[in-house]
Design a protein around this ligand. Structure first.
Ligand code: DGL
Length: 270
């Protein structure tokens, strides 16, 4: 039994897809969420920069004495999980492994599509994890660099012409490859799931990496006897840019009001 909080971070609003699932499964837990909205997107940046940002994000969350940290970001998970795990003496959960496990469970024709940020696709982390679980799976990967800025700007709703055009352009080759499962390898992408699902068709299973990671983290924390026993949970949110825009998207996406509970942090100090 452990009543300390769980730290969750992402470059922006994308990690809310993991947080929503965590709050649903573990309603009595305390969560501290950090969205690095002042430096988003991470996806086009080089590995060294991503690692530096991720170390600062973890250092900030560690000030709350968390019992575990969830990297609710595909880009950081794919590029920095090894270093962050080695440098910190607490459980750190990433999204790659749980997403890949879910994809292997879902696929029937063993043709899996993978979309993510440029840095995630370049890392090869998802393909490597897939090959370890089932070498017979073929992967069609595509970087979708415009998806994160679209989501951060609230441009993800059906009928949004710009978002629809981006979905069509990026996903045409993935659809043509005949995949029956598509890993949304970035935690921002589930916000585009309706558009992506419509384009890919009902026969393609979409894997939500944030939700898969949340399920895996919750299960592992239970096995490690690290869950709390409070009836009512708690959520504190921090961002590195103006809290307002984040709060609007967070309210919408989490289905709960975080406004007033979002604080700004000088992340470069960490
Ligand atoms: N949510 C992050 C991910 O899962 C977005 C990365 C970015 O900021 O470009 O990859």
């Amino acid at each position: 039994m452990d009543s300390r909080p769980i730290g969750v971070f992402d470059s922006g609003v994308g990690g809310l897809t993991a947080l929503r699932e965590l709050r649903r499964i573990l309603p009595g837990e305390r969560f501290v969420y950090f969205g690095d909205t002042g430096r988003v997107p991470y996806g086009p940046k080089g590995r060294e920069t991503i690692l530096r940002y991720a170390r600062q994000d973890v250092a900030f969350l560690r000030a709350f004495d968390p019992k575990a940290i969830v990297i609710a970001c595909g880009t950081v998970s794919a590029n920095a999980l090894g270093e962050l795990t080695a440098e910190n003496d607490l459980p750190i959960f990433g999204v790659v492994e749980p997403a890949v496990q879910a994809a292997v469970r879902a696929t029937r024709n063993r043709k899996v599509g993978l979309i993510g940020t440029a840095a995630s696709i370049r890392s090869g982390a998802y393909e490597k994890a897939l090959a370890e679980i089932d070498p017979a799976v073929t992967v069609t990967a595509k970087a979708c660099p415009l998806f994160v800025p679209l989501v951060e700007n609230g441009r993800f709703r059906p009928g949004d012409k710009m978002a629809e055009l981006a979905v069509e352009e990026y996903l045409t080759p993935v659809k043509a490859a005949g995949v029956d499962t598509l890993v949304l390898g970035c935690t921002h992408y589930p916000l585009l799931a309706e558009l992506i699902g419509r384009f890919m068709g009902p026969e393609v299973t979409l894997i939500d990496t944030g939700a898969a990671c949340a399920d895996a983290a919750a299960k592992a924390l239970g096995e490690m006897d690290l869950l709390g026993d409070a009836q009512v949970g708690e959520l504190r949110c921090f961002v590195s840019d103006a809290p307002q825009d984040f709060a609007v998207l967070a309210d919408l996406f989490l289905g709960e009001t975080v406004e007033g509970a979002v604080e700004r942090v000088e992340i470069e100090k960490y």
